[in-house]
Design a protein around this ligand. Structure first.
Ligand SMILES: NC(=O)c1ccc[n+]([C@@H]2O[C@H](COP(=O)([O-])OP(=O)(O)OC[C@H]3O[C@@H](n4cnc5c(N)ncnc54)[C@H](O)[C@@H]3O)[C@@H](O)[C@H]2O)c1
Length: 392
């Protein structure tokens, strides 16, 4: 361990898909340049101890292995927790973590529903000394960072419309086995919106584009799936959601379309954003990870899309040359750098300005998703103006 770098001693709760991604990001911290802090994985917890092995094989800093997360919270050797567990556990665990005085990067949706999210936010309000953020890595893609900059520079003129979404396709296979993400009790009523909604909403919410109303179309396409034993069981979660919202912000009113699809044929993990304006438009999709399309317009001028291949132009500098491609695990590494940077230096002292999704942004996204459920159930437009969401 370099003496120049401040270690942030982490405990991990949930060692599944995302827990291992954090392990990998911490293991290649040397990829990042000029940082004076480094995450150190000290404690690991999962209810399934079979998952300890990969961490034991790859990290010699682990001193606590447990199936009971309270053991990590009781340890004075741990400063911060990354918690990546099923959604029905978020409220209890996040609150226990915060009450134990540990900093937290929690996974989305940050509570299984609006009530759970508000329970978490109430705990945070009682423990303001604890730093808490929500995982959301796509805005750290170089092109997404550019989009954010264009928004801050107010380049668009009158905004015509905004599209933002995350598209998956593996659920197109009706024989894909059911897992907790397709079970309402564990994943939540939101279904695909709870899984993917924060990805679609992080940039719009950071831009201040909280919708004033929502009309939602939700589809449950595959209603049964095989379980581990091969028997067909109900699959009740929403597969696809399209939310058509209206934004009234900064003197502008425009439609915001949010797509969270688990069944989008051909799409592996496509995160995209498109902002169309009278003076400037921008389009980016991780389907073409380098390619940013922009269109500048002045009266009487031509309307031509400009195509720019961005390379590895990151928020935090790295060893990778600017000509090379950026990907999912790079986004996570950048997000982790932002979390640790803010933890060590505070928001005002960060080495770059884009900070992780905030608990308040998760609350806004819960309000939108709750309104979407209501809209679909009532086949109506639901206003977000007052809390709780009311029908128009
Ligand atoms: N940011 C992203 O891109 C992204 C991607 C996928 C999932 N997620 C989010 O990450 C979270 C976890 O998803 P995942 O895909 O890693 O799921 P996963 O099923 O792969 O991992 C979850 C782990 O939690 C463990 N667990 C369950 N109950 C536990 C308990 N009581 N104590 C300790 N461990 C327990 C499970 O054994 C499992 O290993 C979810 O909130 C999900 O929405 C985020």
């Amino acid at each position: 361990m370099s003496r120049a770098k401040k270690p942030i001693r982490f405990g991990l709760i949930g060692l599944g898909l995302m827990g291992r991604e954090f392990g990998s990001a911490a293991a290649r911290w040397c990829h990042l340049l000029n940082l004076d802090f480094v995450p150190q994985i000290v404690g690991i917890c999962d209810s399934n101890p079979a998952l300890f092995g990969w961490f034991e094989d790859n990290f010699d800093t682990i001193t606590i292995k447990t199936t009971n997360y309270h053991d990590l919270l009781a340890s004075t050797e741990i400063d911060a927790i990354y918690c990546a567990v099923p959604h029905n556990l978020h409220a209890q665990m996040y609150c226990d973590i915060v009450r134990a005085g540990k900093h937290l990067l929690g996974e989305k949706p940050f509570g299984i529903d609006l009530a759970a999210n508000e329970q978490i936010l109430a705990c945070l309000a009682e423990h303001p000394q604890v730093f808490v953020a929500c995982s959301s890595e796509f805005p750290f893609f170089p092109a997404a960072q550019r989009v954010m900059r264009y928004i801050q520079e107010e380049r668009f003129g009158t905004i015509l419309e905004v599209w933002s979404g995350l598209l998956h396709s593996s659920d197109l296979d009706p024989n894909k086995k059911i897992n907790w993400k397709r079970v309402v009790e564990v994943n939540g009523e939101y279904g695909c919106m709870g899984d993917l909604g924060m990805h679609a909403m992080h940039i719009p919410l950071r831009a201040g584009w909280l919708p004033s109303n929502v009309r939602a179309m939700l589809s449950n396409i595959v209603t049964q799936r095989p379980n581990a034993a091969g028997e067909l069981v109900p699959c009740e979660t929403w597969d696809n959601a399209t939310l058509a919202c209206e934004v009234d912000a900064n003197g502008q009113s425009f439609p915001l379309y949010l797509q969270t699809y688990r069944i989008a044929p051909g799409e592996t993990n496509t995160w995209y954003i498109r902002i169309l304006g009278t003076k400037f438009s921008v389009e980016y999709s991780t389907k073409h990870p380098k390619t940013l399309r922009t269109l500048s317009y002045t009266s009487g001028g031509e309307q031509a899309w400009n195509v720019l291949d961005l390379g590895y132009e990151t928020a935090y500098p790295t060893i990778t040359g600017g000509i090379f491609e950026f990907g999912f695990s790079d986004g996570l590494l950048q997000m982790w750098a932002a979390f640790c940077d803010q933890l060590v230096n505070g928001r005002a002292g960060m080495k770059q300005p884009f900070y992780c999704a905030t608990p308040e942004e998760t609350h806004q996204h819960h309000r939108v998703l709750t309104a979407a459920l209501q809209s679909h159930a009532q086949q109506s437009v639901v206003m977000l103006g007052a809390q709780p969401a009311t029908s128009a």
